[in-house]
Write a protein that binds this ligand. Structure first.
Ligand SMILES: Cc1ncc(COP(=O)(O)O)c(C=O)c1O
Length: 389
């Protein structure tokens, strides 16, 4: 059956996409890119209007935000409205992006040589960040069950105890598997964190890309002890496609860590820009209708990918419960040890995957399906052709 189209998200011209200066479409002219986690869709009109209004008003000088930072308030309202999680704006800070925030937190909240637990496969910058910060990365593989992916609670408990981990870098919803951890799973992780007095850095950047009936639960909302040991990181950049604007928020549960952070020189980590704040506030306050349509289109697209994967894989791959990223084993496509390079060479499709996601990612591929139905079908047709006799 032909997919139902939405002009807001499906009227993309491939010639226009190829002219874009961003990294996603900087590929050879015969390559279809479905790799980096950017969406191909145009900026939501409410966000474009907010940016344009700010520019036309003519004041791009130094902002003055001390009296109630608009981003902090928009974030706090969003958390309360969506998740009934009460956030005190006094505990919120901003960074240029989530990866920067992770590095700042590892720098201030752990010491050189400390062990940090990370679920694998993992978002590649986290795979290298922990080591690059002089900390010891302790990999805890997600487990592939017959139905889905599991957070490997026993493996996490063992790894934390064996390596005396001081922190956990939690990514929920999870990139690349798209798992949305349940309240029960998060409760079990919280119990491990309490037992071993872990700092938890909870990256929830994909939360608003969760498909019903799955529900995102902020880790810090589990209970008071968890709240007090968790720094929650998020931004509007994934769910509204604003990564190039460079803006994220950090909610500090640990008061001591917040004090340490506030004692740093104020300009050391840079600051977010006026336009980035305007855009994020517009997204969170007025982007609801656009986002609902987006989720509809992404849900359609993940089903198109699921159908395609089922056509070449005997063992059906679990559909992502969130994100616009589909993680699947490369073996069924007849690919060897370097599946990303092989798909590029043979199908002229650029995907992500492989050991940059951790050793257990070696024979996996990640497909970004946040594009028009036409582009996605072209990508899937090229992949299907790999299995043709
Ligand atoms: C789990 C996760 N965290 C962080 C990021 C990057 O966020 P930022 O651009 O704010 O560093 C991504 C980007 O795809 C991601 O998937």
């Amino acid at each position: 059956m032909a997919p139902v189209l939405d002009p807001l998200f499906d009227d993309l011209k491939i010639e226009d996409l190829r002219q874009r200066p961003g990294s996603k479409w900087r590929v050879d002219p015969d390559v279809l890119p479905a790799w980096v986690a950017d969406m191909d869709y145009p900026v939501a009109p409410v966000i474009a209007d907010a940016i344009e209004h700010t520019v036309r008003r003519g004041d791009l000088g130094y902002p003055r935000w001390e009296d109630g930072h608009p981003l902090r308030h928009a974030f706090a309202d969003r958390m309360r409205e969506r998740y009934s999680w009460p956030v005190d704006v006094a505990d919120v800070r901003e960074h240029t992006d989530v990866v920067q925030a992770v590095q700042v937190l590892l720098h201030l909240g752990t010491s050189a040589g400390d062990a940090v637990a990370v679920h694998t496969p993992t978002y590649p910058p986290f795979h290298h960040t922990v080591g690059a910060m002089g900390r010891k990365r302790v990999d805890v593989p997600f487990l592939r069950t017959s139905e889905s992916w599991a957070a490997n609670i026993t493996g996490l408990a063992d790894a934390v105890a064996t390596h005396d981990c001081r922190a956990l870098l939690l990514v929920n919803p999870h990139n690349p598997t798209g798992r949305v951890l349940t309240r029960d799973e998060l409760g079990e992780i919280a119990a491990i964190a309490r037992r071993h007095d872990l700092l938890v850095i909870s990256d929830e950047i994909h939360a608003e890309l969760t498909f019903a009936p799955h529900e995102h639960v902020p880790f810090a909302s589990i209970d008071a002890d968890t709240a007090a040991r968790t720094v929650t990181l998020t931004s509007a950049s994934k769910a509204f496609n604003l990564a190039g604007l460079r803006c994220s928020v950090a909610h500090f549960g640990p008061r001591r860590l917040l004090a340490v952070r506030d004692a740093e020189p104020t300009e050391l980590y840079g600051a977010v820009s006026t336009l980035a704040v305007e855009a994020a506030v517009a997204a969170w306050r007025h982007g609801g209708d656009w986002q609902q349509r987006l989720l509809h289109v992404l849900d359609r697209n993940r089903r198109l990918v699921a159908e395609a994967v089922a056509s070449w894989a005997a063992d059906p791959e679990p559909m992502p419960e969130a994100t616009y990223l589909y993680w699947f084993a490369a073996d069924a496509l007849g690919l060897g040890d370097d599946p990303v390079a092989e798909v590029l060479a043979r199908a002229r499709v650029l995907l992500s995957g492989g050991p940059i996601f951790g050793e257990d990612g070696r024979r996996y591929l990640r497909l970004n399906y946040a594009t028009s139905a036409a582009v996605l079908q072209a990508v899937l047709n090229r992949l299907r052709a790999l299995t043709a006799p």
